[in-house]
Write a protein that binds this ligand. Structure first.
Ligand SMILES: NC(=O)C1=CN([C@@H]2O[C@H](COP(=O)(O)OP(=O)(O)OC[C@H]3O[C@@H](n4cnc5c(N)ncnc54)[C@H](O)[C@@H]3O)[C@@H](O)[C@H]2O)C=CC1
Ligand SMILES: O=C(CO)COP(=O)(O)O
Length: 335
């Protein structure tokens, strides 16, 4: 009988823990957490209360503090740390990982400085390892609680995608394949910025039509940049495009949407990040996306407004000027 595939997940935040718990229902799975209290809580109480409250994790899930031992035991490695930490985390374990172990990226941001997508960073840090992306409308807290969802395994090698499915899928977590890694990854990265705009809209109390306009025009600018960079336009109509945009812009659990609400209430980006206590990738990604917009000569007016707010050049109210409620006398309501 063949030995089961061992999955190792690096990063025990809300999504890394959720994906590890999904995998642990299918195959032996080890979750690396840098915090020893988190390791103890997962192993003893099947909880990661800092990130997932009272959610009960899969009984078979094990956690460890030892990143080297964890990486050494991996047949499949999942990277669940924020985008800014992907390179340094993988550099730590480059010598521990066996040859050809596939690496699955969960991150939805761009690396400051290089402007690389997380799958590009993986290839750079671990040359020779097949790389895949897991993306889609996947708010961690809901999936951890067992609500149904779907995601896309994006990789250029269909055999790898097919081999990964049984490790993560369940009756309520459906997986699809897509070989447009660029389009799938950009959809997940760029929607975070539109979600900040959507949160600002909620915070300012604009109408539902106004918010729908922002989402629809947001999808248009995501697609424009993606196509200019070489992605397939059809990808943006799927789960990793409009699907993830809808979930993130509408969910009260989305950290990016909540960051937008906090900015609308007058908090600075630093205060918003502090209050969230979890990563909202769009805050750091917005200026990098504007560099790409300039390089590819693509108009991205909504991302530009969000970039101005997170750089503290303007306020959320400024960003929504012209989109406020018109009063009977023809004036505009000030927020
Ligand atoms: N939470 C969600 O619903 C989803 C999140 N994602 C993406 O997954 C990635 C991870 O997000 P979350 O788990 O939500 O983040 P989180 O903020 O909940 O947790 C981040 C984890 O990474 C660790 N970490 C942070 N900086 C680190 C560093 N320098 N070195 C090592 N570990 C570090 C933290 O200790 C924590 O365990 C992000 O790129 C996010 O956009 C993708 C889909 C869904
Ligand atoms: O990417 C996500 C859902 O698919 C998570 O969004 P937030 O990071 O805004 O919570």
């Amino acid at each position: 009988m063949s030995r089961p595939i061992h999955v190792v997940v690096l990063g025990a935040g809300s999504w890394g823990t959720t994906v590890a718990s999904l995998a642990a229902r299918n195959t032996p799975t080890l979750l690396w957490a840098r915090d020893s209290d988190t390791v103890a809580e997962i192993n003893q109480n099947r909880r990661n209360s800092r990130y997932l409250g009272d959610v009960e994790l899969a009984p078979a899930l094990r956690a460890s503090n030892d990143i080297h031992e964890a990486a050494h035991s991996a047949d499949v490695l999942v990277v669940g740390v924020p985008s800014v930490a992907v390179r340094e985390t993988l550099a730590t374990i480059a010598e521990d990982l066996r040859a050809w172990v596939p690496v699955v990226s969960l991150a939805k941001g761009l690396e400051p400085g290089t402007r690389m997508r997380p799958t590009q960073v993986v290839t750079d840090a671990l040359p020779g390892h097949p790389v895949a992306l897991l993306a889609g409308p996947n708010i961690a807290g809901e999936i951890a609680r067992g609500y149904a969802a779907a995601a896309v395994v994006a990789t250029e090698d269909e055999n790898i995608a097919t081999a990964l499915h049984p490790l993560f899928a369940s009756g309520v977590f459906r997986l699809y394949n897509n070989d447009d890694v660029l389009g799938c990854e950009l959809g997940g990265i760029l929607k975070n910025i539109i979600a900040i705009a959507s949160g600002m809209a909620d915070g300012l109390g604009v109408g539902d039509n106004t918010r729908a306009m922002v989402l629809t025009r947001g999808l248009a600018e995501i697609t424009r940049l993606g196509v200019a960079m070489g992605a397939d336009p059809r990808t943006f109509a799927g789960l990793t495009g409009v699907g993830d945009l809808m979930a993130t812009c509408m969910s009260p659990r989305s950290r990016n949407r909540r960051a937008g609400e906090l900015l609308a209430s007058g908090k600075t980006p630093a205060q918003a990040a502090e209050l969230l206590g979890q990563v909202a990738e769009g805050i750091k990604t917005a200026p990098i996306v504007m560099e790409l917009a300039r390089e590819f000569d693509v108009a991205m007016p909504i991302c530009s407004e969000v970039d101005s707010v997170v750089a503290e050049r303007s306020s959320a109210t400024d960003a929504y000027r012209g989109l406020h409620r018109m009063l009977p006398d023809g004036g505009h309501e000030a927020h």
